[in-house]
Design a protein around this ligand. Structure first.
Ligand code: F6R
Length: 612
């Protein structure tokens, strides 16, 4: 979704803004723009539809835009088609203010009507332009820009992260936030705003996360922050631990491939500090035994791949806890009148910690008294901050839109959480607990074996890259795993694909199987191997070509019936999807590569989905 970067300092702003925007490209966008305040000529704006490179080319062809204070923006269109005019920054009618915005102004139509009646002329079809125009309207009436900013914010409904520049104040930058991510970066003689830390990490690691209702005024010498009542507040500073190289390709062709390869290390970082002497230890967790004992129900709430982690989590948590666990899509949960009360644990799963649907579901659950425990990758993100408890996946920054290492670490952490609760409640057998924790410790090493060679995936991709449709089938954990395999394939290669519970085939879907249909059969879940084999026989009898994924120890049995075979090392059945997902990621990756797709930035998708 939209990305914002802002700079105030002594250096020319444009190169810093363009570098920041490049690092935000992964969030997804369809146009880009920059604005600087030139002390002699006022606001200078350049913006255009398409890749950031088009903006760079345009800027290079023009006389340099001077200014040491500026804003940059990548837009992911919501209101108004992607074109030059609808791109941000938006400048007010008389050029006094320019703004960039991430989010949606829900009452923009009403504000626009009001301003049109006052004679204001609009240029774009966006909701965002009303902010620039309303700001100038109020600013014309008062001498204090902060009076104008607060007056505007009081009228806005919806979500916003805002960056504001004023022609009259060439030394400062104003920022405001409600329900959309924005952080402040504290440098030496320079300060920043950004949608996320990747944009500014090469300049500073000292950041503060803006809270809803806050307004910040940045100059090169410092940052002042005010609450919604305009009272000054002290922000807590956070040090970003990861290095800038973590957000760079480092010689790999794509971030997605790099992140697939980083999975063993990401798992190690996530698992090993929490596994001591065969025990799962969560030093950071506040969840107490009193709550655990009265807990009657668990909801797992998430979107997309994080929801697929929840699907797997349902099987495992019910197994460990013998409690009803429901897994819900966040966008459905919030409107479903969910059965959440003070005895309900709501586990919210989100890589970015900023997904609006997930955030809204969290708030819905909290308003009903649920205990919110989130599993999040981005430290200090909104979901992390609004939860009662947070477990961080230490996957490092994930840049490719299609998640890989965040998914793997979420899955491991959720399993560990299940084991932890199961043990505290005495509902997981000590033998099972010991067997799974022993295998958890070996998971990074076993995953290294999976990624050691990619030849087979490249070969299969060369055979199947031009298919129009692919089916994934599996039972139990393999069914939930198939959902993720199917999503990976469709989102980056644009091949239509569905995942079915294999036992359901005979209730309808099998009519779609014909000569040459490609079926990826997941047969890693040992307890149901015989059933998986029957399903392979069933689809083969109707002409399907079957790529079967199983474990090393079952290779021989599957080899006899599948067209092609993929294997992963054996581990405990509840952990098998952690290894099984990697071949599916690589299969999707190489197919997309063969098809010449933009793997890291698939069309229409955004990394952090901050609109409903
Ligand atoms: C798919 C993918 C998405 C996200 C979903 C939720 O590869 O990454 O489906 O899982 O948009 O995002 P988070 O986890 O950030 O809440």
């Amino acid at each position: 979704m939209c990305g914002i970067v802002g700079y105030t300092g002594a250096a020319p702003a444009i190169p810093i803004l363009l570098d920041g925007l490049e690092r935000l490209e992964y969030r997804g966008y369809d146009s880009a723009g920059v604005a600087v305040v030139d002390p002699r000529t006022g606001l200078q704006i350049e913006k255009c539809k398409g890749r950031l490179q088009f903006l760079r080319d345009r800027l290079e062809a023009l006389p340099p835009l001077e200014g040491t204070v500026g804003l940059g923006h990548t837009r992911w269109a919501t209101h108004g088609e992607p074109n030059d005019v609808n791109s941000h920054p938006h400048v007010s009618q008389n050029g006094r203010v320019a703004i960039v915005h991430n989010g949606i102004i829900e009452n923009y139509a009403e504000i626009k009507d009001f301003l049109l009646q006052q004679g204001v002329r609009f240029r774009s079809d966006t909701d965002s332009e009303v902010v620039a125009q309303l700001l100038e309207y109020y600013f014309n009436d008062c001498s204090d820009v902060m009076d104008a900013v607060y007056a505007v914010l009081a009228r806005l409904e919806g979500a916003y992260a805002l960056g504001i520049l004023c022609a009259d104040m060439p030394d400062r930058l104003i920022a405001a936030r409600k329900d959309a991510p924005l952080l402040l970066g504290y440098g030496e003689g320079e300060n920043f705003i950004a949608s996320d830390a990747t944009a500014i990490i090469s300049h500073t690691r000292q950041v503060a996360y803006m809270e809803d209702g806050e307004v910040a005024v940045l100059t090169r010498d410092g940052i002042q922050v005010f609450d919604e009542y305009r009272r000054p507040i002290e922000k807590q500073l956070h040090h970003i631990e990861w290095d800038v190289s973590a957000a760079e390709k480092g010689g790999y062709a794509h971030f997605m491939f790099k992140e697939i390869m980083e999975q063993p290390e990401a798992l190690r970082q996530t698992i090993s500090p929490r596994l001591r002497d065969g025990q799962v230890v969560f030093d950071e967790l506040r969840l107490d035994d009193g709550f655990l004992r009265r807990m009657k129900r668990i909801y797992l709430v998430a979107c997309g791949s994080s929801y697929h982690v929840g699907m797997l989590g349902k099987y495992n948590l019910e197994r460990f806890l013998r409690l009803p666990v429901e897994v819900c899509l966040a966008s459905e949960f919030r409107y479903s009148d969910p059965l959440v009360d003070e005895d309900t644990l709501v586990i919210v799963i989100s890589q970015s910690g900023e997904t609006l649907d997930t955030m809204a579901a969290l708030r819905e659950a909290r308003s009903r008294g649920g205990y919110i425990l989130s599993i999040v990758n981005v430290v200090g993100s909104s979901i992390a901050r609004e939860s009662d408890d947070v477990l961080y996946t230490w996957a490092g920054p994930e840049i490719a839109v299609a998640t890989t290492k965040a998914y793997s670490t979420q899955l491991a952490l959720l399993t560990m959480l299940g084991l932890y609760m199961g043990q505290r409640l005495g509902r997981t057998s000590p033998e099972e607990y010991a067997a799974i924790t022993a295998e958890l410790a070996l998971l990074p090493e076993k995953m290294e074996q999976v990624i050691a060679s990619t030849d087979v995936y490249q070969y299969l991709a060369s055979l199947y890259f031009n298919r129009e449709c692919v089916f994934f089938i599996g039972r139990n954990l393999d069914y939930a795993l198939g959902l993720e395999g199917s999503l990976k394939l469709k989102e980056i290669s644009y091949i239509h694909s569905e995942s079915y519970a294999a036992g359901e085939l005979k209730h309808g879907t099998i009519s779609l199987i014909e000569d040459g249909t490609l079926v990826v059969s997941l047969a890693t879940y040992g307890p149901l191997l015989d059933k998986a084999i029957s399903n392979i026989v069933e689809v083969k009898a109707r002409g399907a070509e079957v790529v079967a994924l199983t474990t090393d120890s079952n290779r021989e049995r599957l080899e006899k019936i599948a067209t092609h075979i993929l294997t992963v090392p054996d581990t405990h059945p509840v952990l098998q999807p952690n290894l099984g997902v990697v071949p599916l990621q690589l299969f999707a990756y190489y197919i997309a590569l063969h098809r010449g797709c933009d793997i890291d930035k698939p069309k229409n998708l955004a990394k952090s989905v901050t609109v409903e």
